[in-house]
Design a protein around this ligand. Structure first.
Ligand code: GLA
Length: 384
């Protein structure tokens, strides 16, 4: 992919490009907690977006997507939103930077990626973060990495229409090889945690359910609104409660009668998930992988039964995982509605489990699920 991106650049715009990358991510636990001001535990992966970029003269930028074989000319400082979806991410980043007082000059760029699309590994955050990091670095804009993450997040909100949390952009920019990041989404404080399951005989594996997920479908934003509806009911009695992070199962239960059942279930999932993550971090610190895995299964139950963001394909995979001795945890990863299942399993059962799952899944759904390897890697950086 890197070679293709460089070659396309040279062909279209000549020599002299700088090369940047920013990765996709996995998340061990803490799903739909970020926009509720809770915690998340993601790690950047060895798959990302790669972009060759060079400042251009004049006001017009030329952007070429290798994956879509599509080129657009766009004024990043102007008010005309480019048509292709992929270009909105780059345009949005430049616009969000301009709103913060730093104008992005014109560029020529080619880019492409190897984050599996629609697998829930945040290819869009990788794209935003690549360009946010590159603009900042190339033009000396002086944003911090956390500010760049917010710029990427606001690009989703204002130019794509997904009211996402901060997790994906934050980890894409802050990833560190061999570490997951425990992020407090309320104040953006964070801590790196060494994560090396292989040393203890475990493997993390992603299995793509082959249902493409697309968060702009509105279901994601609806979940967010349901959580906010729950918060406003609790806050009417407890003004100090600003988000689901500030409450607990007992308080939630107290106001259950005032909430539509669906709002209660959404809130219950989130409040429990925030607690699960904190306990799960203790498990990891103590090397208790089996106990951590059990929490992953519990997360899946909540995502499926209370938050209703699973699919039959995802549930099928998690059921198969549960039935296999040695697969200690599995759950749908990311926003849901498709995408992949993240597994934690003993190395000794991994190959047999995956082979068997592929056969069973194919018999049921007529497709062979893709197994995706993920190595926890560094975040955004300049390569050349
Ligand atoms: C998507 C969003 C994130 C987060 C997850 C669910 O990946 O972009 O902000 O909310 O879903 O945990």
């Amino acid at each position: 992919m890197i070679d293709k991106v460089k070659k396309e650049f040279a062909k279209r715009f000549g020599p002299g490009a700088a090369l940047y990358t920013s990765p996709g991510r996995v998340n061990l636990i803490g799903e739909h907690t970020d926009y509720n001001m809770g915690f998340v535990l993601p790690g950047a992966v060895d798959k990302g977006i790669y972009a060759a970029i060079k400042p251009a003269s004049g006001g017009v930028s030329h952007l070429y997507s290798v994956d879509y074989d599509s080129e657009v000319s766009v004024d990043l400082a102007g008010d005309v939103l480019p048509k292709p979806q992929w270009a909105k991410y780059i345009y949005g980043v430049a616009q969000e930077m301009a709103k913060r007082g730093r104008k992005v000059p014109a560029i020529d760029a080619t880019f492409g990626g190897n984050v599996p699309l629609g697998a829930g590994m945040s290819s869009s955050a990788a794209l935003e973060s690549t360009f946010a990091f590159a603009f900042n670095d190339m033009f000396g804009l002086g944003f911090t990495l956390a500010e760049l993450a917010v710029i990427g997040q606001m690009t989703e909100h204002n130019y794509v229409g997904v009211k996402c949390g901060i997790m994906d952009q934050f980890i894409s920019l802050h990833g560190r090889a061999g570490h997951v990041l425990k992020l407090d989404c309320r104040d953006l404080s964070f801590e790196y945690k060494p994560f090396d399951p292989a040393a203890a005989g475990y493997r993390v594996v992603l299995v793509d359910s082959m249902v493409k997920h697309n968060l702009s479908g509105g279901e994601y934003n609806e979940r967010r609104e349901q959580c906010e509806a729950g918060v406003s009911i609790i806050a009417a009695h407890n003004p100090e409660v600003k988000s689901l992070r500030d409450t607990d199962p007992a308080t939630l239960d107290k106001y259950r009668g005032e909430m539509p059942g669906m709002v209660y279930r959404r809130c219950l999932y989130v409040v429990e998930e925030i607690g699960r993550l904190l306990d799960g971090c203790d498990d990891l610190d103590a090397g208790r992988y089996d106990a951590f895995g059990a929490k992953m299964f519990a997360t899946h139950d909540g995502l499926s039964g209370l938050y209703n963001v699973s699919t039959p394909e995802l549930d099928f995979i998690v059921d198969a995982a549960r039935a296999c001795d040695g697969v200690v945890g599995a759950r749908l990863m990311g926003g849901g509605f498709g995408g992949c299942v993240i597994h934690l399993m003993r190395e000794s059962v991994a190959d047999a489990y995956l082979a068997d799952l592929q056969v069973k899944f194919n018999a049921r759904f007529g497709l062979t699920p893709r197994v995706i390897g993920a190595v926890i890697s560094d975040g955004a950086r300049r390569l050349e």
